[in-house]
Design a binder for this molecule. Structure first.
Ligand code: AHR
Length: 612
């Protein structure tokens, strides 16, 4: 494998090449990175209708001791449903009767940790409630507080801290009373005090993202942006402002309710916290089953301009002031927007697209716009800065797609490979095989990064209790998480954004099952050469790597090799064995301009040479 590291043939990889695509799918957000523990906290899951859907709330007691029903008496006009609880017993069973919420397949309550409870209550007569964190059957109490209700018939905001005295991974929040009477509840929230930067995200999941050094964050979908029907599409306006006043919505593509605590503002905040450029994918008036005609699209265009003012406007602007009131007076630097998701070819796509494009270009000339139409196989017939390219296929096909952009147009919009993954037959639930094909595909993107400006794996997260889409990069439940091989594979590319790419050519009888790339980069004043090689075949391969044109000599002491492999190509990680397929790093003792390396069968190796 020959690497020409001379500066003449080097090219800078875009700073944005590798980033992330976050979609609200598989309970990635609600019941995922968003740390809210209560599911359906406003009892709004059935929409504005009564009786509404209060799932997963349930009663403690029986029909003779407690009766619950929803009505439209909330103090919040945008989410008007409240829960009316009537306690029928005066001398109720020990522990009282009431309601409980198991969260998203059980709440992870940990010993010594503090949980913030907020809820709104009202009652016509004075009452006393007990709010507790308990095991799933209620038998073990981990924390408990008493909440007096004043009996004025006015809605009152209750705020309490609960400190857990014990750990239980499948806990529930329960609210009970011992006395006959009627109490109304709304917007019941329980959040751990300890979240990432205090911004409401689960720390351990975010640290897995940080570890990949993402340069952009595309959000919030995917099909989630479109909806099966427009009425169920993500609407940024409904997802900002005080959380208590957000109506929430049913994501009908992935079939679950979200309270929208993780809304447009929080996505922007997350991008900032990750050091990633935000990429806002907005609904363009098109869902899977219905479309707004171009004649009627003007209010949707205005809505998107408002969303950009919310992000970028100064704190005195109409929407910038709403952002400032939420705690972020400085603008969020939105420089990229995608006009819809996977909608190219739909009846009104192009004509709607042009309305959005022209309005945004005029108001924000620096914003780069992403078309849903693939410009890799034929030039686009409309203006765009980037075009979306999505690929989900089997491993052999993706491996062979590493040359996809070798011969594509070099002028015109850049490619944004905003969703790629091996799926179906040979993906397992995230196999080594899938990750190897993906790695090979990414080496092709690095080489073609004069035209490919960005790339992100999809989907990023799955809550193990709701795997609608398989496979995914990070698997979690209420308290555990692990990366699939596809997650770990991405770690090999985290230094690539902004690095220099060099020609790497392989001559070997195994060439057809190998893929390689070479980069140099600098970190804290030190320089490195990284040669990455995928061995997609079932034979061990020996190669000589010879590097010419290096700007400095090689320091073997600081040089390493990292390999991702396993005894079986279909091996996966799991909660019980999260580190079965993970990269293993060791010192590269023979680091030199010419060195012999061995590539295990079905492996992805990187050779990192420190340059003195
Ligand atoms: O990543 C899962 C889905 O795949 C996305 O929602 C959609 O854009 C694509 O079809």
């Amino acid at each position: 494998l020959k690497v020409d590291a001379s500066s003449q043939l080097a090219r800078k990889i875009p700073d944005t090449l590798f980033g992330m695509f976050f979609e609200e799918i598989n309970h990635a957000g609600a019941g995922g990175i968003w740390a809210e523990l209560v599911s359906n906290r406003g009892f709004e899951a059935g929409g504005l209708h009564t009786p509404s859907n209060i799932d997963p709330w349930s009663i403690i007691g029986d029909d003779s001791s407690v009766f619950v029903a929803t009505d439209r008496t909330s103090c919040f006009s945008r989410n008007i449903i409240a829960l009316r609880m009537e306690v029928l017993c005066d001398d109720c069973a020990a522990g009282g009767v009431g309601i409980y919420n198991p969260g998203f397949w059980g709440m992870n309550i940990e010993d010594g940790k503090t949980y913030n409870l907020v809820m709104y209550v009202k009652s016509a007569e004075a009452a006393e409630l007990t709010v507790s964190l308990a095991s799933s059957d209620g038998s073990q109490k981990l924390a408990s507080v008493t909440v007096p209700v004043d009996g004025t018939s006015n809605w009152t905001k209750v705020e309490q801290k609960l400190i857990a005295k014990g750990t239980n991974r499948t806990s529930r929040l329960q609210i009970t009373s011992n006395k006959k009477g009627v109490v109304w509840f709304d917007q019941v929230s329980l959040m751990p005090l300890d979240t990432f930067k205090g911004h409401g995200f689960r720390k351990e999941l975010i640290s897995m993202l940080l570890d990949l050094k993402p340069r952009f964050l595309r959000f919030p979908g995917g099909c989630f942006v479109e909806g099966e029907w427009l009425r169920n599409a993500f609407r940024w306006r409904e997802s900002i402002g005080p959380w208590e006043e957000r109506p929430g919505h049913f994501g009908d593509v992935w079939h679950y309710w979200t309270d929208d605590g993780l809304g447009y503002y929080e996505f922007l905040q997350l991008s900032e916290d990750l050091g990633a450029a935000p990429i806002w994918v907005f609904n363009n008036g098109i869902s899977h089953n219905d479309e707004v005609s171009t004649a009627a699209i003007a209010p949707f265009v205005k809505d998107v301009l408002d969303s950009l003012e919310f992000a970028r406007g100064d704190a005195n602007s109409t929407w910038g002031s709403v952002r400032a009131a939420m705690g972020h007076p400085e603008p969020f630097p939105v420089k990229y927007v995608a006009i819809g998701n996977e909608d190219c070819g739909k009846k009104y796509y192009l004509s709607n697209y042009l309305k959005f494009y022209n309005a945004i270009r005029e108001a924000y000339p620096d914003i780069q716009m992403i078309s849903n139409c693939d410009g890799s196989s034929k030039p686009l017939d409309h203006p765009a800065d980037l075009y979306d390219f999505h690929v989900y296929t089997d491993s052999k096909t993706l491996f062979n797609m590493k040359g996809t952009f070798d011969r594509t147009y070099r002028t015109g919009p850049k490619a944004f490979v905003s969703e790629y993954a091996v799926w179906r037959s040979d993906a397992g639930r995230g196999s080594l095989l899938a990750s190897l094909a993906e790695a090979a595909f990414l080496t092709g993107l690095e080489k073609n990064s004069d035209i490919v400006q960005m790339a992100s794996y999809a989907p990023l997260f799955v809550n193990d209790n709701d795997q609608t889409w398989n496979p995914d990069a990070i698997v979690f439940n209420s308290w555990q998480q692990y990366g699939t091989p596809s997650y770990w594979m991405q770690k090999f590319f985290r230094e690539s954004s902004g690095a220099m790419i060099h020609p790497a050519t392989i001559s070997s009888s195994y060439s057809s099952s190998l893929a390689a790339s070479a980069i140099t980069w600098q970190d804290s004043g030190s320089s490195f050469l990284r040669v990455k090689i995928v061995n997609f075949g079932s034979d061990t391969v020996s190669l000589t790597i010879s590097a010419t044109g290096l700007q400095a000599s090689i320091n073997a002491l600081g040089s390493n090799t990292t390999v991702l492999t396993s005894s079986n190509v279909m091996d996966e990680n799991s909660f019980s064995n999260p580190n079965k397929v993970v990269p293993v790093t060791s010192q590269l003792r023979n680091a030199a301009e010419q060195m012999q390396v061995t590539l295990p069968a079905h492996s992805f190796s990187s050779f990192d040479l420190a340059l003195a």
